[in-house]
Design a protein around this ligand. Structure first.
Ligand SMILES: C[S@@+](CC[C@H](N)C(=O)[O-])C[C@H]1O[C@@H](n2cnc3c(N)ncnc32)[C@H](O)[C@@H]1O
Length: 249
């Protein structure tokens, strides 16, 4: 399904103030940790959705946060939350493949579960844009579903799955896979993953001009998650769920 249509249709399901979906526990906190101290830093949240990560960056002390998002309904939700609780975040409808922003204007570019909605080629286009808008010495932090996840968990059940429809790890590159990620409040979110191999990410870093060694995290269910809610988290225990990367320009 076309991404903009999916998120325009499902926008209200994504609205949250507290961690709720599986990746709010197993993914986003690790991404925030990778960002380090953001006090006084300008942040671009590329593919910001309804603003969950933008708000976290501002609460952690970022001086400026701009969220760019494809789905106008998600932008509306983000702006509505800004009306409810003003944090001084700016949201714009836009496409991460063509950022209408000056070069070298952000200290940190964040892209949380966004590249899984675009092809390998478009990811290089988007990453080049992100590299362009980063200041020299700035950081680029992003997360994606772990490329091996869907091959290691083939059950189509909670709390997270992608249906690879029998495709292979290499032959399935750039195929769009439908999936779901479940929330602790009992709701479900439709998600999609345009499959990429691990090498595709590293090829993109090189192609767009990131030269430093990336910090790489393979994200999973931790003991603290199992203690919090064993029934929810245990079906994906010991499986790589997401990956997070930090690069420096
Ligand atoms: C899984 S949601 C994550 C939202 C947010 N980053 C978060 O972590 O809560 C993916 C978001 O990326 C947006 N997106 C996908 N492709 C995009 C593109 N080309 N440009 C801008 N946003 C995009 C979708 O509309 C959706 O809101």
């Amino acid at each position: 399904m076309e991404t903009r249509k999916l998120y325009n249709t499902d926008a209200s399901r994504w609205k949250r103030k507290e961690p709720n979906s599986l990746s709010d526990f197993t993914g986003r906190p690790a991404v925030f940790d990778l960002c380090g101290d953001v006090t006084g830093r300008s942040v671009l949240d590329a593919g910001c959705g309804e603003g969950y990560c933008s708000r976290e960056m501002r609460i952690r002390g970022a001086s400026r946060v701009l969220g760019i998002e494809l789905s106008e309904k998600m932008v509306d939700l983000a702006k509505a939350q800004e009306q409810e609780q003003s944090l001084g975040i700016e949201y714009q409808q836009g496409d991460v493949r063509k950022l209408d922003l000056p070069s070298e204007s952000f200290d940190l570019v964040l892209a949380v579960f966004v590249f899984n909605y675009i092809s390998t080629r478009d990811m290089q286009v988007a990453m080049k844009e992100m590299h362009r808008v980063l200041k020299g010495g700035g950081q680029f932090v992003f997360s994606v579903p772990h490329p091996c996840f869907a091959f290691m968990r083939q059950e189509k059940s909670a709390p997270f799955y992608f249906d690879m429809e029998g495709r292979g790890y290499f032959s399935g590159v750039d195929c769009q896979n439908q999936g779901k990620i479940f929330c602790r409040d009992g709701t479900e979110l439709r998600v999609q993953a345009v499959h990429k191999t691990l090498q595709d990410y590293f090829d993109a870093f090189e192609a767009v001009g990131f030269r430093s060694m990336p910090v790489v995290k393979e994200l999973r269910v931790l003991d603290k998650h199992l203690e919090l809610d064993p029934a929810f988290f245990s079906p994906v225990k010991d499986i790589p769920l997401h990956m997070a990367f930090r690069l420096e320009k």
